[in-house]
Design a protein around this ligand. Structure first.
Ligand SMILES: [Zn+2]
Length: 251
């Protein structure tokens, strides 16, 4: 048995195993994504109910068992319940999307503190209404693409490195901008507003808090949403249940 570790962690998933055991999947600050079993949980006690809800921020103590993929979780304490999120179905839908996204794209036990901070900051931003919910979601998507090394190339043509992309287009397939000369390399490439390119670049390079405050036109906001959805559908290739839920409730 290894030495126990302690970490801040955001709960991604919960599966009930037996009456008093749960299989929990967290994104931890110290170890990345981990799954583990916690025993002796008596669910009817309401004072402990919150700690095992998805997207709570908890403090967990866990250790590895030899030759086992699953960790043993010996302690789990609630740090932040994000109550304002749970009072609003739109907020629940977006928080659900964030954790599903991280859960889908992150491999087990690959530590990345920045992903942990991005997830925590995004949940905090929704709970404290630090920006519009759509803005919080776009910032989350762009910053996560960046952290995963999947950020589209914006300032130079992806084919020939030309910086003159003004008459170019955005190629989802090729992963970024094509200049006017290279546009024919992807007939499905689409026009993109210069404001959208600048805004994406701003979000990917600026500190988190600043990205929530800058104002952009509604047109740029919509353009960015469309570009990102197309890009994520193509490159991440996951069917998120949370997105289906968002469509159903019309957000
Ligand atoms: Zn080019």
């Amino acid at each position: 048995m290894s030495n126990p570790k302690e970490s801040e962690a955001i709960l991604l998933r919960k599966v009930e195993l037996r009456e008093t055991s749960l299989l929990l999947t967290f994104y931890t600050k110290e170890s990345g994504k981990i799954s583990g079993v916690i025993k002796g949980v008596r669910s009817p006690q309401p004072q402990f109910a919150g700690v095992y809800e998805p997207f709570t921020l908890d403090k967990v103590t866990y250790y590895e068992k030899k030759n086992k993929d699953l960790f043993v979780i010996s302690q789990c304490d609630l740090l932040e319940y994000f109550a304002p999120i749970r009072a609003d179905i739109e907020c629940i839908a977006y928080a659900g999307y964030f954790i599903e996204f991280v859960d889908s794209v992150c491999q087990a036990s690959e530590k990345n503190e920045d992903i942990f901070f991005l997830l925590r900051d995004s949940l905090n931003a929704i709970a404290n209404k630090k920006g519009s919910i759509k803005r919080i979601a776009r910032v989350f998507e762009i910053k996560l693409l960046n952290l995963l090394g999947l950020m589209p190339r914006l300032k130079q043509c992806v084919e020939c490195d030309s910086k003159d992309t003004f008459n170019g287009a955005f190629s989802i397939k090729n992963g970024g901008m094509l200049c006017g000369k290279c546009i024919k390399k992807d007939i499905t490439s689409r026009k993109i507003l210069q404001g959208t390119v600048n805004f994406m670049d701003f979000i990917s390079t600026m500190p988190y808090e600043k990205t929530l405050r800058i104002n952009v036109t509604e047109k740029v906001g919509k353009d960015l949403e469309d570009v990102l959805r197309g890009f994520l559908d193509y490159h991440v290739q996951k069917r998120f249940k949370s997105l289906e839920f968002m469509r159903q409730i019309g957000v």
